[in-house]
Write a new protein. Structure first.
Length: 180
């Protein structure tokens, strides 16, 4: 159900990533593919409906840049899953102790696959949508004027499932000129 990078509107091989990562908030559950935002203290928290999006998590690393699944990783908290299901629940003192970080793709031209909460129609192309959760588009939130993500393509896998789409970030915390 999470967001998965598929391609770039400008034909680039990848989108812009905050490579060194940003510190995850204390006691926060972050999963690979979650949409995230920064809280008032500048720490990563999961995305919520109606709020500007920082980007999508594509990695979770320790303060030294080690993947949290690496034997060399220095982390507190709980690590579970692997690959696209990797989840990290940060310790209550993550901001000041281990400082585990999320690597976030922040590129507004990156297209992310998402299996939305309902069926998308051709009339929804280029419309804006909000989140149901940090990992799913709310298909019922379609708007011509504003929303966190914008639909670029329906059924990108060509398997006849119209709940699936490619979406780009429309309301970014890094862009002072979002549509709202």
């Amino acid at each position: 159900m999470a967001f998965e990078y598929r391609r770039h509107l400008l034909g680039l091989t990848t989108g812009a990533v905050i490579d060194k990562g940003m510190i995850i908030n204390n006691s926060e559950t972050i999963t690979f593919g979650d949409s995230v935002q920064l809280d008032g203290n500048g720490h990563v928290i999961v995305g919520t409906a109606g709020e500007e999006v920082l980007g999508v998590v594509i990695g979770i690393i320790d303060a030294n840049g080690n993947n949290i699944t690496s034997p060399a990783a220095d982390v507190d908290g709980t690590v579970s899953g692997t690959g696209l299901t990797l989840t990290y629940v940060s310790a209550a003192d993550n901001e000041t102790d281990k400082k585990v970080r999320a690597q976030v793709m922040v590129d507004k031209n990156a297209e992310f696959y998402n299996d939305s909460s309902g069926t998308l129609a051709q009339t929804n192309l280029l419309q804006f949508f909000n989140l149901t959760s940090e990992s799913q588009i709310d298909a019922s939130s379609a708007s011509d004027t504003n929303g966190q993500f914008q639909l670029i393509e329906i059924d990108p896998d060509g398997d006849g499932d119209a709940s699936k789409g490619l979406f780009k970030i429309a309301e970014s915390q890094l862009d002072p000129y979002t549509q709202d």
